[in-house]
Design a protein around this ligand. Structure first.
Ligand SMILES: *Cc1c(COP(=O)(O)O)cnc(C)c1O
Length: 391
């Protein structure tokens, strides 16, 4: 396969081994430059600058890196993205902020196949605030559509929560259309971009999105437990507040005053001390995506998923494997789910052979194809290994 981005793969740790990695959509490989970055940080910036580092760079890093993620990956103008916490915690903060901004409305709309943490947090917020969850049933091999959302929203809806790319099927939701449907009902919309940021071009400003969150350890290669990011549209920044009123989001954190007054701008969505070390690897990957361009990243992503589906049809269908992801590239994110009743055992055997996909019950093998660190040859070898095990 022709791959104009092939050379970038060498920039990742482990690219020179035979391991087939199909889980870059769960935990991206580290960049080689990150190894040096982390060492230098310990020795020079942390070890040398010590507490002065906060004034020099670290205090503003959640905002400066947030702006970069926004510009390179999210189609977000400056001052609307900040890095903080985890996706789960940010989902809680945003759902509470959204519900408070729609007083008198009594429902949160969310689909039954959304990622567990999104559903659990929504359930908790609904109970805490006396709201009702309105569940949308979706096809697990596809996902949420504007029509399904239109059937669920009403004058009672405070918030619609949706994933841009479904973690199971890779269904790529029509973000502008669903956002419009939510807005027409007078509701706010919160998008989870965990599986799109860094792989699918996201246009938050253009789509008129209110709120969004995403993690940085999947397609943004920040490493295990790297912090998440949050987007709040500029038009909401003066009026919205979040429930974890920590000192770092206060008007003047170092005044150590008697009461909490949320500071201006996106910084008010920070609660406590940011995870500085966890942001370093993210910055390296965002710089690489900027160098390549998100549209070129997406083009390779589409090429890889098309290739995986073609091989599955050619080599695995005869063994009973079905494709449980959209066949149209416009409706598909960066991974492909292959279904077979014995897939749990197949995945366990693949790990023994250094072929690393992940398993999603029931019977789903997820082929995660991180565009810059995955080669077409890896896809060939990985699918061949699945075929051998099934045969
Ligand atoms: C990975 C993922 C999360 C992860 O949340 P954490 O708080 O980082 O554990 C949340 N939502 C979606 C859709 C995900 O894919």
């Amino acid at each position: 396969m022709e791959d104009p981005l092939e050379a970038y793969r060498d920039r990742f740790v482990g690219a020179d081994t035979d391991l087939v990695y199909f889980d870059g959509n769960s935990l991206g490989r580290p960049l080689k430059v990150t190894a040096d970055r982390l060492r230098d940080f310990v020795v020079e910036e942390w070890g040398g600058r010590l507490i002065r580092g906060w004034d020099e760079r670290w205090f503003d890093l959640p905002l400066t890196l947030g702006d970069e993620i926004g510009r390179v990956c999210l189609g977000a103008g400056p001052g609307q993205v900040v890095v903080a916490d985890s996706t789960t915690v940010l989902l809680y903060k945003l759902m509470r902020a959204a519900v408070a901004a729609r007083p008198g409305r009594t429902e949160i709309v969310i689909d039954r196949d959304n990622f567990p943490t999104d559903r659990y947090v929504a359930d908790g917020v609904a109970r805490e605030c006396g709201l009702t969850l309105r569940w949308v049933e979706v096809d697990r091999s596809a996902g949420l559509t504007a029509e399904l959302v239109a059937d669920a929203v009403s004058e009672r809806t405070a918030l619609v929560v949706a994933s841009h790319v479904a973690y199971r099927s890779a269904w790529l939701a029509d973000m502008p259309a669903i956002t419009r449907v939510a807005h027409d009902a007078g509701a706010l919309v919160l998008w989870d971009e965990c599986h799109s940021a860094g792989s699918v071009p996201v246009r938050l400003d253009e789509a008129g999105v209110d709120l969004a969150v995403g993690c940085t350890y999947k397609y943004l290669n920040g490493g295990p437990g790297s912090p998440a990011w949050v987007y709040v549209a500029e038009r909401h920044l003066d009026s919205m507040t979040q429930p974890i009123q920590g000192w770092m989001g206060n008007v003047d954190p170092f005044l150590m005053g008697p009461t909490y007054t949320p500071t201006a701008g996106i910084r008010r969505f920070i609660s406590g001390t940011p995870a500085v070390v966890g942001m370093l690897a993210v910055a390296d990957m965002v710089a690489l995506v900027d160098e390549v361009g998100i549209d070129a990243v997406r083009a390779k992503s589409v090429g890889l998923t098309e290739h995986a589906i073609a091989l599955a049809d050619e080599q695995l269908a005869e063994h009973g494997v079905t494709v449980a992801s959209p066949r149209s590239a416009e409706q598909r994110g960066g991974h492909v789910t292959l279904h077979h009743p014995d897939m749990a055992r197949v995945v366990a055997a693949l790990w023994e052979r250094d072929v690393i996909p992940d398993y999603r019950d029931p019977g789903g093998l997820r082929v995660g194809l991180s565009p810059l660190s995955t080669s077409y040859d890896e896809v060939d070898r990985g699918i061949a290994a699945v075929r051998e095990l099934l045969a």
